[in-house]
Design a protein around this ligand. Structure first.
Ligand SMILES: *Cc1c(COP(=O)(O)O)cnc(C)c1O
Length: 397
């Protein structure tokens, strides 16, 4: 997944452009910036690559999710359905708006289980946030059918799957709004950054205004601009956007390398009896940032994960016990523990996550091991890694 492995001359040149003219801000200063518009250029490149009408770049993936929800009108007391297996940013973005994160099970795709989504819909549900975890996607056709039947927004969190596709369309471009992260460990990076893409012009207009204090961005005098609604500051700096301008050009090169490494590992591991790979929905094309597989039992998965670590095979994750990616360790959410008081809607409507039953998720995530695919490996490295992994896992089963 990490684009930071390949931080090179192109990235440095883009940053140098910004340093040379000294305009570190994405808006205004038209005369002084000598034609350098890094955030805008990144937006144009992203919209083109993702085949959407609009792209808007912000300060992080978490900001992108928050702005996406806000732009679509999600607010206090609205329920947003999201998976038990994700990153904490998913529920943080919902809570930031006073909305209610409704966790539901994942299935063998390691993303939202369509029937679990359907069962969680209430009169207050406004949106379904699908998270394409670890390089692969949900059954988007099933989720789209549910959302259109119930008139719900479909927000795609494609932060971990940029460059993947579903039925020929880039991930992120399929729902009402798609979000990406360009933080330091993502497939392409800005250091810190994020983006949303959409074909909905109203959502896009709301997004660029909301993420810049409500500025309507009309005319050439920032101070004189109007503020049609309350906003916030989720702007990206030109320095960060500059890195992204170089990295977006390399996205397809990175994906091709990941696919090559992933394929070698997968073909090697296919020799291990009893192990199965994560389900990729029909028509899905992963971004190959992780290779994800299931062991027959939770006990064996724990054992295999430990053994892989002990043998020095780095980059293998066991999410079931992870603090940041699985609901079991989110006691701060469960206990509604913030620094100040939470909005009344959240206090009253948040489900009691001490008592909810996510046995279906536990069955899948408890047996999952994910291996990060690195760009910098040589082909020889990957073959050796595959051989070692096969031996270690066979020794455990
Ligand atoms: C990284 C990530 C985010 C948040 O992105 P940041 O840029 O770190 O704020 C959101 N969702 C998922 C699934 C992620 O992996």
């Amino acid at each position: 997944m990490p684009g930071f492995e390949f931080f090179g001359e192109a990235e440095k040149q883009q940053v140098q452009d910004v340093l040379d003219n000294g305009i570190l801000m994405r808006y205004g200063f038209d005369g002084m910036r000598q034609g350098h518009w890094k955030a805008k250029t990144l937006e144009q490149a992203l919209a083109r690559r993702m085949q959407t009408q609009h792209a808007h770049v912000v300060s992080s993936g978490t900001a992108a999710l928050t702005v996406a929800l806000a732009s679509a009108g999600v607010g206090a007391g609205d329920e947003v359905i999201l998976p038990t297996f994700t990153f904490v940013a998913s529920f943080e973005s919902v809570l930031a708006l006073g909305a209610i994160p409704i966790l539901v099970d994942v299935d063998d795709t390691l993303t939202l289980h369509p029937s679990a989504v359907e069962a969680a819909i209430t009169e207050r549900t406004r949106a379904v946030m699908v998270v394409h975890m670890c390089g692969s996607m949900a059954n988007l056709e099933a989720l789209q059918a549910i959302c259109s039947k119930k008139d719900l927004l479909l927000i795609e969190d494609a932060c971990q799957a940029i460059g993947g596709a579903y039925k020929g369309k880039p991930l992120g471009s399929i729902g009402d709004i798609g979000c990406f992260s360009f933080d330091f460990v993502k497939t392409i990076t800005c250091g810190e950054g994020g983006a949303l893409i959409t074909n909905n012009t109203t959502f896009y207009e709301n997004a660029h205004k909301y993420s810049d204090h409500g500025h309507d961005h009309m005319g050439n005098d920032r101070g004189a601009e109007a503020h049609p609604f309350l906003g916030y500051n989720f702007r990206i700096s030109e320095l960060n956007a500059a890195v992204g301008c170089a990295q977006i050009q390399r996205l397809d090169e990175f994906i091709a390398i990941q696919q090559k490494h992933y394929t070698i590992l997968r073909e090697g591991l296919a020799a291990v009896e009893g192990m199965t790979f994560r389900t990729v929905p029909e028509g899905g094309e992963e971004n190959y940032s992780f290779l994800n597989f299931f062991l027959p039992t939770e006990t064996l998965a724990k054992k295999a994960h430990q053994a892989l670590g002990a043998e020095g095979i780095d980059g293998c994750f066991y999410w079931y016990d992870n603090n940041w990616h699985y609901y079991r360790e989110w006691e701060h959410l469960r206990n509604k523990k913030s620094l100040g008081d939470l909005p009344q809607e959240v206090v009253e409507q948040l489900p009691d996550y001490h008592t909810t039953d996510f046995a279906i998720s536990d069955n899948w995530v408890g047996r999952t091991i994910s291996c990060l695919i690195k760009l910098g490996w040589t082909e020889e490295d990957v073959h050796q890694r595959a051989t070692k992994m096969v031996a270690v896992i066979k020794g455990c089963i």
